[in-house]
Ligand binder design. Structure first.
Ligand SMILES: *Cc1c(COP(=O)(O)O)cnc(C)c1O
Length: 455
């Protein structure tokens, strides 16, 4: 066997032509999403006023294993994919570990993260349906940036409701979006009923993700020819993100490498779900076994400390309900939390896989995450996003365990993006002012006591 190169690239013709829908191989499927008014499982017709029709179909399809990636989307993927699977030789050397560490790097595009994989798909289906444009929310700004790029490629109008504090703190993210032609509005705004109401109730509020979602949904449903799109959590997003796992699987096979441990950070679960899907598929079909670890912040621990129950996907309670590991839809991580991954719930697919014991979860504190990020940046050259650094932290922990046991494990993790727009967070780490906050059991119980009653 030839020496494994630093970067394993695929040829264009080795890129996936179909996405993989892991739900098709699950014997026990994720619970259906429910209509917020009737609490009955939603139909494509229920979703059609909010979502593009083809995306609504993908959302509800839990039986078709492979779904063709349209040629137009594959052409766009070719501009920045295949993404490299990197052998972290320098990190291994630094840690003096016998483990072999690989990472799939999704930060090689202007949006700086994996979110473009789904943004381009969602923009394509909106365009194909003849829509004028789409609306969305963005917190830290990665999703808004990715969607702006995708919409400009297909000539669609893009309206982004950006959480006001991010709008003010991350002016350059905002300008990237505007450069791609998006209209960026700080949320809560005075454009929508829900925005005006929140502004009246909480004067001077700097907004929240849940509030921005409610504004974006209202904007979509009150303008002719617009639909709402979402960058994580949904089954359709995990489907599009399966391109990450499919490429990883092909790259590993090319060199005869069998992954032992696969690690991903988990916010809404889309990169993790996409990375692990083909591997979980092998497990579900009884072909192979892997140890899979989802990593979340200790300050927003939905898998490790949340409850598996139906909950609202947004604070405004306008979106469908999903059965998922949740901290309650009014949960907001403490103000000192700088590392992203702040969603209160988790993809219903990832939640069900976790509940079935197919994947594990671990929570980590943010100072240890930034410590791992710094180690990684110094030896591997890439300045990682704080979100991605949760996976780095656990990959390093696992590699150090191998040092004790002498195991030559193959560890694969998802490096979802770069952190150039997160330098305030790095600054507080470098200044030594970053702190950790772990919610108490009482706090979590309080948020969970407001879960909707569904049975
Ligand atoms: C959005 C984002 C995440 C978290 O989202 P998931 O849906 O859980 O993947 C992780 N890393 C980066 C760089 C992101 O932008």
């Amino acid at each position: 066997m030839s020496k494994i190169p630093y970067k394993i690239y695929l040829e264009e013709n080795e890129m996936p032509k179909e996405w993989y829908n892991v739900r098709a191989d699950m014997k026990k499927k994720p619970a259906p999403i429910l209509h917020p008014g009737t609490l009955k499982p939603v139909t494509v017709e229920d979703l059609a006023p909010i979502f593009c029709e083809e995306l609504a179909k993908q959302e509800l399809d839990d039986t078709t294993p492979y779904i063709e990636i349209p040629e137009e989307i594959r052409n766009f993927y070719r501009m920045y994919r295949p993404s490299p699977l990197v052998r972290a030789y320098c990190l291994e050397e630094k840690l003096q570990t016998p483990a072999h560490i690989y990472y799939k790097f999704e930060g090689n595009n202007t949006s700086g993260s994996h979110k473009l994989n789904s943004a381009i798909a969602q923009a394509y289906y909106a365009k194909k349906q003849g829509l004028k444009g789409v609306t969305t929310e963005t917190g830290a700004g990665q999703w808004g940036t990715a969607l702006s790029m995708a919409c400009s490629y297909f000539g669609l109008d893009c309206q982004v409701y950006m959480v006001k504090c991010s709008y003010e703190q991350k002016p350059f993210r905002r300008e990237v979006m505007r450069t791609y032609g998006a209209k960026v509005t700080p949320s809560p705004s005075m454009n929508t009923n829900v925005g005006r109401k929140i502004n009246a109730e909480f004067p001077g509020t700097t907004g929240s993700l849940g509030c921005a979602i409610s504004e974006a949904v209202e904007a979509a449903t009150t303008q002719e020819g617009y639909r709402y799109v979402l960058g994580s959590v949904l089954a359709q997003v995990l489907l599009h993100q399966s391109v990450i796992g499919l490429e990883t699987s092909t790259a590993l096979k090319k060199y005869g490498i069998k992954a032992d441990t696969i690690i991903g950070c988990a916010g809404g679960g889309s990169n993790l779900g996409g990375l692990i899907s083909p591997f979980v598929g092998e497990m579900l079909r009884g072909e192979a076994n892997y140890e899979i670890i989802a990593v979340e912040p200790a300050s927003c621990p939905s898998l490790t400390r949340g409850k598996y129950a139906y909950d609202f996907c947004d604070t405004g309670k306008v979106c469908p309900l999903a059965k998922m590991y949740t901290l309650g839809s009014s949960f907001i991580p403490s103000a000192n939390h700088a590392g992203g991954l702040r969603y209160h719930g988790m993809s219903s697919i990832v939640s069900e896989l976790y509940d079935q014991g197919l994947i594990k979860a671990r929570s980590v504190e943010q100072t240890s995450v930034f410590e791992a990020a710094t180690t990684f940046a110094r030896v591997e050259g890439i300045l990682p996003a704080p979100e991605s650094s949760h996976a780095i932290k656990v990959a390093i922990d696992e590699a150090l365990k191998c040092k004790e046991t002498g195991e030559e494990k193959n560890i694969v993790f998802g490096l979802t993006g770069t952190g150039y727009f997160d330098m305030y967070a790095y600054q507080s780490y470098n200044d030594g002012t970053m702190t950790d906050y772990i919610p108490t059991d009482e706090e979590i119980a309080k948020y969970l006591s407001n879960l909707p009653k569904v049975d």
